[in-house]
Design a protein around this ligand. Structure first.
Ligand SMILES: Cc1cc2nc3c(=O)[nH]c(=O)nc-3n(C[C@H](O)[C@H](O)[C@H](O)COP(=O)(O)O)c2cc1C
Length: 381
Protein backbone atom coordinates (compact mmCIF):
# COMPACT_ATOMS: atom_id res chain seq x y z
CA UNK A 1 0.00 0.00 0.00
CA UNK A 2 1.21 3.57 -0.73
CA UNK A 3 2.40 5.37 2.35
CA UNK A 4 -0.31 7.58 3.85
CA UNK A 5 0.31 11.35 3.75
CA UNK A 6 -1.31 11.34 7.15
CA UNK A 7 0.70 8.52 8.68
CA UNK A 8 0.75 10.11 12.13
CA UNK A 9 -2.99 9.42 12.41
CA UNK A 10 -2.31 5.74 11.86
CA UNK A 11 -0.16 5.21 14.92
CA UNK A 12 -1.52 3.23 17.87
CA UNK A 13 -2.55 4.73 21.18
CA UNK A 14 -2.80 2.90 24.48
CA UNK A 15 -5.22 4.09 27.14
CA UNK A 16 -5.89 1.94 30.18
CA UNK A 17 -6.19 -1.68 29.05
CA UNK A 18 -7.01 -0.68 25.49
CA UNK A 19 -4.78 -0.16 22.48
CA UNK A 20 -6.36 1.64 19.55
CA UNK A 21 -4.87 0.90 16.14
CA UNK A 22 -5.17 4.50 14.97
CA UNK A 23 -6.29 7.97 16.07
CA UNK A 24 -9.48 8.18 14.03
CA UNK A 25 -12.73 7.99 15.99
CA UNK A 26 -16.30 7.92 14.78
CA UNK A 27 -18.03 10.78 16.65
CA UNK A 28 -21.23 10.07 18.60
CA UNK A 29 -24.28 10.71 16.42
CA UNK A 30 -27.90 10.22 17.44
CA UNK A 31 -29.73 8.22 14.79
CA UNK A 32 -33.09 7.18 16.29
CA UNK A 33 -33.34 3.85 14.49
CA UNK A 34 -33.76 1.69 17.62
CA UNK A 35 -37.51 1.11 18.05
CA UNK A 36 -38.44 0.65 21.69
CA UNK A 37 -34.86 1.52 22.68
CA UNK A 38 -33.50 -1.74 21.21
CA UNK A 39 -30.69 -1.54 18.63
CA UNK A 40 -31.46 -4.07 15.91
CA UNK A 41 -29.46 -5.83 13.21
CA UNK A 42 -29.52 -2.74 11.01
CA UNK A 43 -27.85 -0.70 13.78
CA UNK A 44 -25.28 -3.48 14.28
CA UNK A 45 -24.52 -3.47 10.55
CA UNK A 46 -24.17 0.33 10.54
CA UNK A 47 -21.50 0.28 13.26
CA UNK A 48 -19.77 -2.82 11.88
CA UNK A 49 -19.30 -1.09 8.52
CA UNK A 50 -17.46 1.81 10.22
CA UNK A 51 -15.14 -0.71 11.91
CA UNK A 52 -14.60 -2.46 8.57
CA UNK A 53 -13.85 0.96 7.08
CA UNK A 54 -10.89 1.36 9.41
CA UNK A 55 -12.10 3.56 12.31
CA UNK A 56 -9.79 3.02 15.29
CA UNK A 57 -12.65 3.66 17.73
CA UNK A 58 -16.38 4.13 17.44
CA UNK A 59 -18.33 6.19 19.95
CA UNK A 60 -21.98 5.24 19.62
CA UNK A 61 -24.92 7.57 19.43
CA UNK A 62 -26.14 8.80 22.82
CA UNK A 63 -27.77 5.90 24.72
CA UNK A 64 -30.15 6.24 27.62
CA UNK A 65 -29.51 5.53 31.27
CA UNK A 66 -32.44 4.10 33.24
CA UNK A 67 -34.48 7.14 34.24
CA UNK A 68 -37.91 7.85 32.74
CA UNK A 69 -36.80 11.45 32.25
CA UNK A 70 -33.51 10.66 30.52
CA UNK A 71 -34.69 10.64 26.91
CA UNK A 72 -37.55 11.80 24.76
CA UNK A 73 -37.75 9.71 21.59
CA UNK A 74 -38.35 5.97 22.11
CA UNK A 75 -36.22 5.30 19.02
CA UNK A 76 -33.06 6.31 20.88
CA UNK A 77 -31.37 3.15 22.19
CA UNK A 78 -31.24 2.33 25.92
CA UNK A 79 -28.31 0.90 27.90
CA UNK A 80 -30.47 -1.22 30.20
CA UNK A 81 -33.01 -4.03 29.90
CA UNK A 82 -32.43 -7.50 28.43
CA UNK A 83 -33.59 -6.76 24.89
CA UNK A 84 -31.53 -3.56 24.49
CA UNK A 85 -28.44 -5.18 26.01
CA UNK A 86 -28.78 -8.20 23.68
CA UNK A 87 -28.99 -5.72 20.81
CA UNK A 88 -25.85 -3.94 22.01
CA UNK A 89 -24.01 -7.26 22.36
CA UNK A 90 -24.68 -7.90 18.67
CA UNK A 91 -23.33 -4.41 17.88
CA UNK A 92 -20.18 -4.93 19.95
CA UNK A 93 -19.52 -8.43 18.59
CA UNK A 94 -19.83 -7.18 15.02
CA UNK A 95 -17.43 -4.30 15.62
CA UNK A 96 -14.92 -6.56 17.35
CA UNK A 97 -15.12 -9.16 14.57
CA UNK A 98 -14.17 -6.38 12.14
CA UNK A 99 -11.17 -5.38 14.28
CA UNK A 100 -12.77 -2.26 15.73
CA UNK A 101 -13.23 -0.90 19.23
CA UNK A 102 -16.35 0.73 20.61
CA UNK A 103 -17.57 2.87 23.55
CA UNK A 104 -21.24 3.69 24.21
CA UNK A 105 -22.06 7.33 24.85
CA UNK A 106 -24.13 7.48 28.06
CA UNK A 107 -26.69 10.23 27.87
CA UNK A 108 -29.28 12.09 29.93
CA UNK A 109 -30.98 14.87 28.04
CA UNK A 110 -31.96 16.86 31.14
CA UNK A 111 -33.63 20.17 30.30
CA UNK A 112 -33.35 19.51 26.56
CA UNK A 113 -35.70 16.54 26.68
CA UNK A 114 -38.65 17.31 24.41
CA UNK A 115 -41.53 15.72 26.34
CA UNK A 116 -43.81 15.95 23.30
CA UNK A 117 -41.78 13.20 21.62
CA UNK A 118 -42.35 10.70 24.43
CA UNK A 119 -45.37 8.44 24.02
CA UNK A 120 -44.81 6.91 27.48
CA UNK A 121 -43.90 9.94 29.61
CA UNK A 122 -45.18 13.10 27.87
CA UNK A 123 -45.93 14.71 31.26
CA UNK A 124 -42.30 14.61 32.50
CA UNK A 125 -40.44 17.83 31.71
CA UNK A 126 -36.84 16.58 32.05
CA UNK A 127 -34.54 17.00 34.98
CA UNK A 128 -32.89 20.33 35.79
CA UNK A 129 -30.51 21.26 38.64
CA UNK A 130 -32.39 24.48 39.49
CA UNK A 131 -35.55 24.09 37.44
CA UNK A 132 -34.19 26.46 34.75
CA UNK A 133 -34.06 25.60 31.05
CA UNK A 134 -31.53 28.35 30.44
CA UNK A 135 -31.54 31.78 28.83
CA UNK A 136 -32.87 31.86 25.28
CA UNK A 137 -29.63 32.90 23.63
CA UNK A 138 -28.27 32.17 20.16
CA UNK A 139 -29.68 28.81 19.19
CA UNK A 140 -31.34 26.94 16.38
CA UNK A 141 -34.20 25.38 18.33
CA UNK A 142 -37.77 25.87 17.13
CA UNK A 143 -39.95 28.41 18.96
CA UNK A 144 -42.81 25.99 19.51
CA UNK A 145 -40.39 23.72 21.38
CA UNK A 146 -38.94 26.59 23.45
CA UNK A 147 -42.48 27.63 24.44
CA UNK A 148 -43.06 24.21 26.00
CA UNK A 149 -39.84 24.15 28.04
CA UNK A 150 -39.09 27.70 29.07
CA UNK A 151 -41.16 27.83 32.28
CA UNK A 152 -39.16 26.88 35.37
CA UNK A 153 -39.77 23.41 36.78
CA UNK A 154 -38.94 21.84 40.13
CA UNK A 155 -35.20 21.67 40.89
CA UNK A 156 -33.80 18.15 41.30
CA UNK A 157 -33.73 16.89 44.87
CA UNK A 158 -30.55 15.39 46.32
CA UNK A 159 -32.27 12.01 46.26
CA UNK A 160 -33.02 12.36 42.54
CA UNK A 161 -29.43 13.37 41.90
CA UNK A 162 -28.21 10.27 43.74
CA UNK A 163 -30.58 8.08 41.69
CA UNK A 164 -29.30 9.51 38.41
CA UNK A 165 -25.69 8.93 39.48
CA UNK A 166 -26.53 5.30 40.25
CA UNK A 167 -28.30 4.96 36.88
CA UNK A 168 -25.17 6.21 35.05
CA UNK A 169 -23.01 3.73 36.95
CA UNK A 170 -25.40 0.84 36.22
CA UNK A 171 -25.51 1.70 32.54
CA UNK A 172 -21.70 1.67 32.46
CA UNK A 173 -21.63 -1.69 34.19
CA UNK A 174 -24.17 -3.07 31.69
CA UNK A 175 -22.09 -1.79 28.81
CA UNK A 176 -18.86 -3.36 30.00
CA UNK A 177 -20.71 -6.62 30.63
CA UNK A 178 -21.82 -6.86 26.99
CA UNK A 179 -18.25 -6.21 25.85
CA UNK A 180 -17.84 -2.46 25.24
CA UNK A 181 -14.18 -1.41 25.43
CA UNK A 182 -14.69 1.72 27.51
CA UNK A 183 -17.30 4.32 28.41
CA UNK A 184 -18.06 7.71 26.88
CA UNK A 185 -20.17 10.24 28.80
CA UNK A 186 -22.13 13.10 27.26
CA UNK A 187 -21.31 16.07 29.44
CA UNK A 188 -21.77 18.81 26.84
CA UNK A 189 -24.22 20.67 24.59
CA UNK A 190 -26.58 21.81 27.40
CA UNK A 191 -27.79 18.34 28.44
CA UNK A 192 -28.18 17.29 32.08
CA UNK A 193 -24.53 17.14 33.17
CA UNK A 194 -23.70 20.37 31.36
CA UNK A 195 -26.57 22.21 33.10
CA UNK A 196 -24.89 21.41 36.41
CA UNK A 197 -21.63 22.98 35.12
CA UNK A 198 -23.34 26.08 33.69
CA UNK A 199 -23.94 29.08 35.99
CA UNK A 200 -27.08 30.03 34.01
CA UNK A 201 -28.83 26.76 34.87
CA UNK A 202 -27.25 25.87 38.20
CA UNK A 203 -28.10 28.26 41.06
CA UNK A 204 -28.04 25.60 43.77
CA UNK A 205 -26.53 26.40 47.13
CA UNK A 206 -25.86 22.84 48.26
CA UNK A 207 -22.72 20.86 47.43
CA UNK A 208 -23.72 20.78 43.71
CA UNK A 209 -23.83 24.55 43.29
CA UNK A 210 -22.13 27.80 44.14
CA UNK A 211 -18.53 27.92 42.87
CA UNK A 212 -17.13 26.19 39.82
CA UNK A 213 -15.80 23.31 41.88
CA UNK A 214 -19.27 22.66 43.30
CA UNK A 215 -20.86 22.90 39.85
CA UNK A 216 -18.40 20.24 38.66
CA UNK A 217 -19.35 17.93 41.52
CA UNK A 218 -22.31 16.18 39.84
CA UNK A 219 -20.17 15.27 36.82
CA UNK A 220 -17.26 14.23 39.00
CA UNK A 221 -19.51 12.17 41.26
CA UNK A 222 -20.93 10.18 38.40
CA UNK A 223 -17.47 9.62 36.89
CA UNK A 224 -16.30 8.27 40.28
CA UNK A 225 -19.38 6.03 40.45
CA UNK A 226 -18.70 4.70 36.95
CA UNK A 227 -15.03 4.16 37.77
CA UNK A 228 -16.01 2.13 40.85
CA UNK A 229 -18.30 -0.07 38.72
CA UNK A 230 -15.94 -0.68 35.80
CA UNK A 231 -12.61 -0.87 37.63
CA UNK A 232 -9.37 1.04 37.11
CA UNK A 233 -8.43 -0.13 33.59
CA UNK A 234 -11.33 0.58 31.25
CA UNK A 235 -11.01 4.00 29.62
CA UNK A 236 -13.50 6.77 30.35
CA UNK A 237 -13.98 9.51 27.76
CA UNK A 238 -15.89 12.65 28.73
CA UNK A 239 -17.49 15.02 26.22
CA UNK A 240 -17.71 18.67 27.27
CA UNK A 241 -18.36 21.86 25.32
CA UNK A 242 -18.32 25.59 25.75
CA UNK A 243 -21.48 25.98 23.63
CA UNK A 244 -24.94 24.89 24.71
CA UNK A 245 -27.93 24.28 22.47
CA UNK A 246 -29.75 26.86 24.62
CA UNK A 247 -27.03 29.35 23.61
CA UNK A 248 -24.26 28.68 21.12
CA UNK A 249 -22.25 31.58 22.56
CA UNK A 250 -22.35 30.30 26.15
CA UNK A 251 -19.05 29.39 27.81
CA UNK A 252 -18.23 26.73 30.34
CA UNK A 253 -15.13 28.62 31.39
CA UNK A 254 -14.58 32.32 30.69
CA UNK A 255 -10.84 31.78 31.18
CA UNK A 256 -8.48 28.80 30.99
CA UNK A 257 -8.30 28.82 34.81
CA UNK A 258 -12.07 28.47 35.09
CA UNK A 259 -12.14 25.68 32.53
CA UNK A 260 -9.31 23.99 34.40
CA UNK A 261 -11.32 23.82 37.62
CA UNK A 262 -14.06 21.78 35.95
CA UNK A 263 -11.81 19.59 33.82
CA UNK A 264 -9.43 18.80 36.65
CA UNK A 265 -12.34 17.78 38.86
CA UNK A 266 -13.33 15.34 36.11
CA UNK A 267 -9.77 14.18 35.54
CA UNK A 268 -9.23 13.55 39.25
CA UNK A 269 -12.50 11.58 39.29
CA UNK A 270 -11.20 9.17 36.64
CA UNK A 271 -11.62 10.57 33.12
CA UNK A 272 -8.87 9.42 30.72
CA UNK A 273 -9.83 11.23 27.52
CA UNK A 274 -11.13 14.80 27.42
CA UNK A 275 -13.47 14.96 24.42
CA UNK A 276 -13.60 18.66 23.61
CA UNK A 277 -16.67 19.28 21.48
CA UNK A 278 -16.28 22.20 19.11
CA UNK A 279 -17.83 22.92 15.75
CA UNK A 280 -14.61 23.85 13.95
CA UNK A 281 -11.35 22.10 14.87
CA UNK A 282 -9.28 25.19 14.17
CA UNK A 283 -11.21 27.58 16.43
CA UNK A 284 -9.01 29.03 19.20
CA UNK A 285 -10.67 28.54 22.58
CA UNK A 286 -9.38 31.70 24.25
CA UNK A 287 -7.93 34.99 23.06
CA UNK A 288 -4.18 35.24 22.90
CA UNK A 289 -3.49 31.63 21.90
CA UNK A 290 -4.13 29.47 18.86
CA UNK A 291 -4.88 26.38 20.99
CA UNK A 292 -8.30 24.89 20.40
CA UNK A 293 -10.48 23.54 23.22
CA UNK A 294 -8.86 20.10 23.06
CA UNK A 295 -5.44 21.72 23.26
CA UNK A 296 -6.43 23.59 26.38
CA UNK A 297 -8.00 20.48 27.91
CA UNK A 298 -4.76 18.58 27.44
CA UNK A 299 -2.60 21.43 28.70
CA UNK A 300 -4.77 22.07 31.75
CA UNK A 301 -5.21 18.44 32.84
CA UNK A 302 -2.31 16.49 31.37
CA UNK A 303 -4.86 13.94 30.11
CA UNK A 304 -5.36 12.69 26.57
CA UNK A 305 -7.69 14.82 24.49
CA UNK A 306 -9.68 14.60 21.28
CA UNK A 307 -10.80 17.20 18.78
CA UNK A 308 -13.74 17.35 16.37
CA UNK A 309 -15.54 19.69 14.02
CA UNK A 310 -15.50 20.05 10.26
CA UNK A 311 -12.64 17.63 9.63
CA UNK A 312 -12.59 16.90 5.88
CA UNK A 313 -15.64 19.14 5.34
CA UNK A 314 -16.28 22.69 4.16
CA UNK A 315 -18.67 23.79 6.89
CA UNK A 316 -19.61 23.50 10.53
CA UNK A 317 -22.59 21.49 11.73
CA UNK A 318 -24.78 24.53 12.44
CA UNK A 319 -23.98 26.00 9.01
CA UNK A 320 -25.19 22.75 7.48
CA UNK A 321 -28.39 22.83 9.54
CA UNK A 322 -28.92 26.43 8.40
CA UNK A 323 -29.06 25.08 4.85
CA UNK A 324 -25.42 25.31 3.77
CA UNK A 325 -23.96 22.84 1.32
CA UNK A 326 -21.30 20.55 2.85
CA UNK A 327 -18.51 19.98 0.37
CA UNK A 328 -15.42 17.86 0.84
CA UNK A 329 -12.44 19.93 1.94
CA UNK A 330 -8.93 18.64 2.28
CA UNK A 331 -8.06 20.35 5.56
CA UNK A 332 -6.25 17.34 6.99
CA UNK A 333 -2.85 19.02 6.73
CA UNK A 334 -4.10 21.67 9.16
CA UNK A 335 -5.44 18.96 11.47
CA UNK A 336 -2.11 17.15 11.28
CA UNK A 337 -0.14 20.29 12.05
CA UNK A 338 -2.02 20.67 15.33
CA UNK A 339 -1.80 16.94 16.02
CA UNK A 340 1.98 16.97 15.44
CA UNK A 341 2.25 19.91 17.84
CA UNK A 342 0.75 17.67 20.50
CA UNK A 343 -2.48 19.67 20.77
CA UNK A 344 -4.65 16.51 20.87
CA UNK A 345 -4.31 12.74 20.60
CA UNK A 346 -7.42 11.66 18.71
CA UNK A 347 -9.65 13.14 16.02
CA UNK A 348 -13.40 12.58 15.93
CA UNK A 349 -15.16 12.52 12.59
CA UNK A 350 -18.92 12.98 12.56
CA UNK A 351 -20.66 13.70 9.27
CA UNK A 352 -17.67 12.48 7.27
CA UNK A 353 -18.05 9.01 8.70
CA UNK A 354 -21.84 9.11 8.64
CA UNK A 355 -21.69 9.60 4.88
CA UNK A 356 -18.73 7.34 4.23
CA UNK A 357 -18.17 4.24 6.39
CA UNK A 358 -14.69 3.85 4.85
CA UNK A 359 -13.58 7.42 5.70
CA UNK A 360 -10.61 6.17 7.66
CA UNK A 361 -9.35 3.76 4.98
CA UNK A 362 -9.82 6.48 2.38
CA UNK A 363 -7.55 8.85 4.31
CA UNK A 364 -5.05 6.08 4.77
CA UNK A 365 -4.99 5.47 1.01
CA UNK A 366 -4.67 9.22 0.21
CA UNK A 367 -7.97 8.99 -1.69
CA UNK A 368 -10.18 12.09 -2.10
CA UNK A 369 -12.89 12.58 0.52
CA UNK A 370 -16.56 12.74 -0.38
CA UNK A 371 -18.94 15.70 0.17
CA UNK A 372 -21.61 15.15 2.83
CA UNK A 373 -25.08 14.48 1.48
CA UNK A 374 -27.77 15.50 4.01
CA UNK A 375 -29.87 12.54 2.90
CA UNK A 376 -27.49 10.40 4.98
CA UNK A 377 -29.07 11.91 8.11
CA UNK A 378 -32.26 10.00 7.41
CA UNK A 379 -30.67 6.67 6.49
CA UNK A 380 -28.79 3.95 8.30
CA UNK A 381 -26.31 3.03 5.59
C1 LIG B 1 -26.85 13.56 13.04
C2 LIG B 1 -25.97 13.99 14.18
C3 LIG B 1 -26.25 13.52 15.45
C4 LIG B 1 -25.44 13.89 16.54
N1 LIG B 1 -25.68 13.36 17.78
C5 LIG B 1 -24.80 13.55 18.78
C6 LIG B 1 -24.90 12.80 20.00
O1 LIG B 1 -25.78 11.94 20.19
N2 LIG B 1 -23.98 13.06 20.97
C7 LIG B 1 -22.98 13.98 20.80
O2 LIG B 1 -22.18 14.17 21.72
N3 LIG B 1 -22.84 14.66 19.65
C8 LIG B 1 -23.69 14.45 18.62
N4 LIG B 1 -23.50 15.06 17.41
C9 LIG B 1 -22.31 15.93 17.21
C10 LIG B 1 -21.16 15.13 16.60
O3 LIG B 1 -20.65 14.17 17.51
C11 LIG B 1 -19.99 16.04 16.18
O4 LIG B 1 -19.45 16.64 17.31
C12 LIG B 1 -20.43 17.11 15.19
O5 LIG B 1 -21.18 16.53 14.13
C13 LIG B 1 -19.23 17.84 14.59
O6 LIG B 1 -18.42 16.96 13.87
P1 LIG B 1 -18.42 16.96 12.23
O7 LIG B 1 -18.18 18.38 11.80
O8 LIG B 1 -17.31 16.01 11.87
O9 LIG B 1 -19.77 16.47 11.80
C14 LIG B 1 -24.32 14.75 16.33
C15 LIG B 1 -24.06 15.22 15.04
C16 LIG B 1 -24.85 14.83 13.96
C17 LIG B 1 -24.50 15.30 12.58
Amino acid sequence: MTESKHGALFTPLTVGDLTLKNRIVMAPMTRQFSAGGVPGEDVAGYYRRRAEGGAGLIVTEGTGIEDPEALDSPAIPAMYGDAALAGWKRVVDGVHAAGGRIFPQLWHQGALRDARKSPTHPHLPGRRPSGLWGPVGHHSLPKDYIDTVISPTRPMTEEEIADVVVAFARAAKNAIKVGFDGIAIHGGHGYLIDTFFWHETNCRNDRYGGGLKQRAEFGAELVRAIRREIGPDKPIMFRFSQHKQQDYYARLGQTPDELGVILNALGDAGVDIMDASIRGFDTPAFEGSDLNLAGWAKKLTGKLSSTVGGIGLSNRLEEMFAGGETKALDNLDRVLERFDNGEFDLILVGRGMLGDPAWSDRVRANAPLAPFDRAALGRLT
